[in-house]
Design a protein. Structure first.
Lengths: 117, 114
């Protein structure tokens, strides 16, 4: 079974600065997807970024980028120019695509990020 | 697109009562997932459907929980009878197909069982 670990329960950053959230995972699979989801106080789960394991290039979405280290099974999220609206719980998630059925997401415990003015 | 729609957003009920949570997936999505989020256990997958057919219900905690998907645009998660330990936020998510795989979540239903 796959496991996802986020070792930082809480983090804080000053507005406009950069912060990196850590995530490690354990799997014997070679083909899989990794995700970062954001859950603000509204509780909505919002997709932040997605990475396919077969791609060497790190995914980026505006101020959000990842550092994907496949051999180390590490998938960190970097938020540049942090904004107050980035305050949220961030979840790292793993998915192994299934050939004939849907794919299950395995979530980490989450990291609560607070952006301070 | 309206995104995944869930109702109600909040539900407060008394122990022993039946609770029904509702979900409308994104139009055209073939997969629908039900998750539960608690402080103790985090996010757990309860069950998921492919083309209205339940594929994996191994996450359903007890027989008190049941889920149906009578058509492509509607699913229910029912708890009967409810217990205080069922208090949680329940999320519905949908994804387009097994090739795309990205799951899009609804706003969740916060359930409180007194």
């Amino acid at each position: 079974a796959q496991t996802v670990t986020q070792s930082q329960p809480e983090m804080s950053v000053q507005e406009a600065e950069t912060v990196t959230l850590s995530c490690t995972y354990d799997t014997s699979e070679n083909n899989y997807y990794l995700f970062w989801y954001k859950q603000p106080p509204s509780r909505q789960m919002i997709l932040v970024i997605r990475q396919e394991a077969y791609k060497q290039q790190n995914a980026t979405e505006n101020r959000f980028s990842v550092n994907f280290q496949k051999a180390a099974k590490s998938f960190s999220l970097k938020i540049s120019d942090s904004q107050l609206g980035d305050t949220a719980m961030y979840f790292c998630a793993f998915m192994k695509p299934q050939e004939t059925s849907g794919s299950r997401l395995t979530f980490g415990e989450g990291t609560q990020l607070t952006v301070n003015p | 697109d309206a995104g995944v729609i869930q109702s109600p957003r909040h539900e407060v009920t008394e122990m022993g009562q039946e609770v029904t949570l509702r979900c409308k997936p994104i139009s055209g999505h073939d997969y629908l997932f039900w998750y539960r989020q608690t402080m103790m256990r985090g996010l757990e997958l309860l069950i998921y459907f492919n083309n209205n057919v339940p594929i994996d219900d191994s996450g359903m905690p007890e027989d008190r929980f049941s889920a149906k998907m009578p058509n492509a645009s509607f699913s229910t998660l029912k708890i009967q009878p409810s217990e205080p330990r069922d208090s949680a936020v329940y999320f519905c998510a949908s994804s387009l197909d097994r090739f795309t795989d990205t799951q899009y979540f609804g706003p969740g239903t916060r359930l409180t069982v007194l």
